[in-house]
Design a binder for this molecule. Structure first.
Ligand code: PLP
Length: 405
């Protein structure tokens, strides 16, 4: 594999620093990834060279900004192979994308007594909006469970789907277990029963090549900040047939065709779902992040990160008293664990003092914690810039902490 890790790391100046006088080891990319210089420069260039509000200006600056903004939409369309650019909606992030669909889809298609199936391994962002919608519509949430390896029990899915089922919400990759879920299989089964599928891709797009047409997903959501882009921007992909039928999520400028006190008509896709001035700067900088991913190649990134995952898993299994949560045969760059006799929070704090950034707590996935009967755990997650040498530093630090207890 041609993977120039030194060159890649050179794009991320923030990684080359010391924390508490120790070289930084950043193992928290699943929470938010670091930003390459390409992204930082894109933001600066926008504000140094030209800037205007988009879509509505009749001047050079506004036109130029609009072109750059819309080019990113095309880039994303290509990146996930959507059929058309109208199917790419810019949101604030995955959370807003879920809320948009939970509100608008349920408003149109869910009625009293209907059911929405949600997997047990979801991030809170892919549970709570469905609960809120279900409450509003007097519908029911049905759980699709996972087993102790962290594998969804999709053999149970046929018995969970019935005439009342309207939608299945599932993560492509679990943020705690790292499981890569068989979303194609789920979608196929759902479609045989006229059920729509919402895929939370927040932990998938940065690791796996996504083809929404091949998956046949009805909706697919992700956040820029986990994909080496800026905060405050995300994407909702939705099939045109759904986006055309469901009502707008928010009202305001941009999303209208005509407004009068007698009534309002709505803009065409995608603007129907983009009320108000969007996060112009971050969308344009997000384009730079996608550009970098394409330059390195997702296939290369996937191979590199899988080698890190395998290496770290085998090293971690040698650590005395360890319990790993999530041992599915198909996993992505996340490992969650606890060590017997050490509170996850203490472990996180002590690792931090050794320059190692990990995530601790419930990881915004209470239902996963409840499954294992724990209050929290430690999670390490890898990005395209991590190395085996960093894993060695981490394992040595872990053993040091273990000896302290
Ligand atoms: N879904 C998953 C699987 C996640 O891991 C996260 C964030 O960690 C989210 C949704 C929410 O993403 P955001 O906070 O960017 O909206």
């Amino acid at each position: 594999m041609n993977y120039d890790i030194q060159k890649i790391r050179s794009y991320f100046p923030v990684l080359h620093q010391k924390v508490y006088d120790k070289p930084l080891v950043y193992f928290d990319s699943a929470a938010s990834a670091q930003k390459p210089i390409q992204v930082l420069m894109a933001k600066e260039k926008l504000h140094n060279d030209y800037y205007g509000n988009i879509h509505r200006g009749a001047h050079f600056m506004a036109d130029k900004t609009t072109v750059q903004f819309e080019e990113v939409r095309d880039k994303i369309r290509n990146f996930i192979n959507a059929e058309s650019r109208e199917e790419i909606i810019f949101t604030k992030g995955t959370t807003e994308s879920v809320n948009l669909v939970a509100y608008s889809f349920c408003e149109k298609f869910v009625k009293e007594g209907d059911e929405i199936i949600v997997s047990e391994m979801e991030h809170h962002a892919n549970i709570v909006p469905w609960q809120l919608a279900a409450e509003r519509k007097k519908a029911k949430i049905v759980k699709l469970p996972f087993n102790d390896l962290g594998v969804l029990e999709i053999e149970k899915l046929p018995s969970l789907i019935n005439q009342k089922t309207k939608l299945i919400a599932v993560a492509h990759v679990s943020n705690v277990l790292g499981t890569v879920n068989p979303v194609s299989e789920i979608i196929e089964l759902a479609h045989e029963n006229n059920v729509a599928v919402f895929v939370d891709g927040a932990q998938a797009v940065q690791h796996l090549q996504i083809d929404v047409q091949k998956l046949d997903a009805d909706f697919y959501a992700f956040s820029a900040h986990k994909l080496y882009g800026p905060n405050g921007v995300g994407v909702l992909y939705g099939k045109k047939k759904w986006l055309e039928q469901i009502p707008p999520y928010q009202g305001g400028g941009e999303m209208i065709a005509e407004v009068s006190f007698e009534g309002t008509t709505f803009n065409q896709l995608p603007l129907k779902f983009e009320a108000g001035t969007p996060n112009i700067t971050s969308v344009i900088a997000f384009g730079a992040a996608i550009g970098l991913i394409i330059e390195i190649g997702l296939q290369n990134i996937e191979e590199w990160e899988l080698s890190l995952l395998e290496y770290a898993t085998s090293k971690l299994k040698e650590v005395q008293g360890i319990r790993i949560y999530g041992e599915a045969p198909e996993k992505s760059s996340v490992i969650s664990f606890n060590i017997e006799g050490i509170h996850f929070y203490d472990l996180g704090v002590l690792l931090d003092k050794m320059g190692i950034a990990v995530r601790t707590g419930h990881l915004c996935a209470d239902t996963v914690m409840q499954h294992f009967g724990i209050n929290g755990c430690v999670r390490i997650s890898f990005g395209l810039y991590n190395t085996k040498a960093e894993i060695d530093i981490f394992i040595a630090a872990l053993n040091k902490v273990r000896l302290m207890f």
